[in-house]
Every structure is written in structure tokens, then in C-alpha cells.
Design a binder for this molecule. Sequence first.
Ligand SMILES: Nc1ncnc2c1ncn2[C@@H]1O[C@H](COP(=O)(O)OP(=O)(O)O)[C@@H](O)[C@H]1O
Ligand SMILES: [Mg+2]
Length: 376
Amino acid sequence: METTVTRVRSGGRAHSPADSATILDLLPAPVVTLDAEDRITMANAAAEQFFSASAAYLSYRPLAQFIPADSPLHGLIHQVRKGNSQVSEHELAIESPRLGRHFLSVQATPLPDSPGSIVLMMLDRGITEMIDRQMTHRGAARSITSMAAVLAHEVRNPLSGIRGAAQLLEQNASEDDRPLAELIRQEADRISTLIGRMEIFTDYGPFERRPVNIHKVLDRVQRLAETGFGANIRFRADFDPSLPPVPGDHDQLVQIFLNLVKNACDACPEVGGEINLRTAYQHGVRFTLSGRKEKVALPMKVSIIDNGPGIPEDLTSNLFDPFVTSKPNGTGLGLALVAKLVGDHGGVVECESRPGRTEFRVMLPFYEGGELGEPV
Ligand SMILES: Nc1ncnc2c1ncn2[C@@H]1O[C@H](COP(=O)(O)OP(=O)(O)O)[C@@H](O)[C@H]1O
Ligand SMILES: [Mg+2]
């Protein structure tokens, strides 16, 4: 019988119980043990995070208090007790106001020496899917970067030639022909403006990463919004001031959060619109980024949360692609640029949305390099 977790706990000679507890806390997956009455008897650090409650609070509380009674998870536990053998299930959906919505892979194993007790290990599919999706965004950001370069070099130059020629024609043309020459010039200008928009995706080589105080960035973005497009919206900032700076470019970071806050404002209801800017330390989540072998920790979590109607369902799968928009005058370039700039900063952007609550999360590394200059 597979009893991975218990084997670690009762490992005897090689590991003292203290070691096992530490190891359990290092696991990214929530692990809890249940007694025969389905009360939580042990919870590791990931479980505390998953249930948004401390181990002390969780202790001896019924699991049903956290996971809705009609959830298939309870059936699974019942099955394990009845068969006294391990059961795994993938794609188990769990939804509650406290936990939000999760897709879990769950493994439930009976504890050998205490009848009725069970070890429950949950793997949030969200994390793996999130990484997959971010990889796709990065792909999109890369292709848009090369497209922007092609447009800038291969189209801009001949276009200015066309424009100049049309201008000459306009001067010498007959009354009848002049409107046509004018049309050519105006259309050339329109294409040029479009290409200009794409220019924001052009790479100008590696940029210098300085320590940036993320709270100053967010303050600035909030002020810009309050005095402009978000004047009718109530902003709330929940910052953890103890967080260290992040490595990056101040102006680009402003651009990232300005785009996200602008979208949040656009989505907010006319009356009663609320946006919450949040920073928090995210413990223990590590990401595999493209082009890198080792996993990186992205402990800085910045959230932009609005109370709008949520992302239109048909957009969710390619939200970060260029030209995806639901707005009559939208460009659909805002989130594509966010994905590119967050990627440039070695971070990850992710979105979780339901009607009434949309959260864009940007995860970034902490600044570690060199001598720590004054954060800008
Ligand atoms: N906070 C949000 N709430 C609801 N929908 C959003 C939000 N942010 C982005 N969207 C959706 O994503 C689309 C793409 O956003 P973006 O790339 O910034 O382009 P644009 O704002 O020009 O439409 C928007 O048109 C909108 O449908
Ligand atoms: Mg936008």
C-alpha cells in the first residue's frame, strides 16, 4: 500500500519527527490528515494557505466546514475508508466562497496505525495550468515582438516613401485628382499610426534592472487613474510595506499596472465601482520559465481586483494575445503588452475571473543583485 506521507512521518532512524514536519511544510501541495470523524488533525503550510487559515485554527475542525458537503471529495474519502485503500482522483472541482474555485488532483490514503484516519494530498491543477498558459503568453509576446520589428523596418520605410510621393502628387495634381492623392496620404498616415502602436512591442535590447519600490509604482498608477479615467471609482490599497524592491524598470512597471488598472476601470460598473490593489508575499510557489533550466521563486504577488462583470467567456483562452478585445474602440494590445513586459521582468501574469470579482495577479522576483541602491 502506498503511504508516502506516513512513511516520512514515522520514518524512524533516518528522520526525526521534526524533520518530517519541516519536509511537509516545504511541499507545495496541501496535505492534511483527518481523523475517523473527518476532523483535521494535521495541516502543512500549503494547506494553511489553501484554506486561508492557520494550522491552529484548522485543528479538529470538520473538513466539511471548509469544503462544501456536496463536494465529491467527501465521497472519495468515504470510499477510501470503506475499501481501506488509496484512491486518487484528477480534475476534482471544488468551489466555495472561502476557497474560490479549484481543480484538484487528490490522493487519499488510509493511515495504517489509526483506524479511520486518512492522509489527504491535494494538487492544485491551477498552478500547473497557470504555468502552461503563461508559456503560451510568452510565445505570443515573442512573436509580436518580431512582428513589431518587421513592421517597423519593412513597412515603415516604404510607407514614408508612398506618403512623400502622394504629397508631391497632391501639389501638382489637377482638381479632379487631388482628392485621390490626399486619400493615399491619409491612408498612409493611418497605417503609420497603427504601426506606431505596435512599436511598444519592439525590443531595445536587455534593459537595466534596478531595485524598484513596487508600492511607489502602484501609488503612481492609482493617482493617475483617480485623476483621469478612474475618477468615479473607489480605490483601496492593501500593501505589505515590508516587501523588498523588485528588479526592473520603473516606467515599464507603471505601464504594466496602468494597463491592468485601466482595464479594471473599464470593467467596473458606472456606480459602485471598486478596485483593490494588493501586494503580498507569496510563499513557496516556484515557476519554470521558458529559456531557464532552474525553477524560480516569484515571491512578490501584486493583485489588481475589480468588481466588474468578469472576463467575457469567449476571450479567456487567448486573453493575452494581441488584438483580442471586446470593446468597440479597444486595441486589444493592453494585455499583450502586459504579458510581454511581465515576461521581460522575469515574472508571470495570471487572471482569475468570475462575475463580480476579477483578479489579475502579477508575480515577480525580489531584487537580489549587487549593492542595493535606493529603490526608485
Ligand atoms: N478587468 C477586466 N474585467 C473584464 N474584462 C477584462 C478585464 N481586463 C481585460 N478584459 C477583457 O480583455 C480584453 C482585452 O484587454 P486589452 O488587451 O487591455 O485590450 P482593450 O482594453 O483594448 O480591449 C478587453 O477588451 C476585455 O474584454
Ligand atoms: Mg486595455
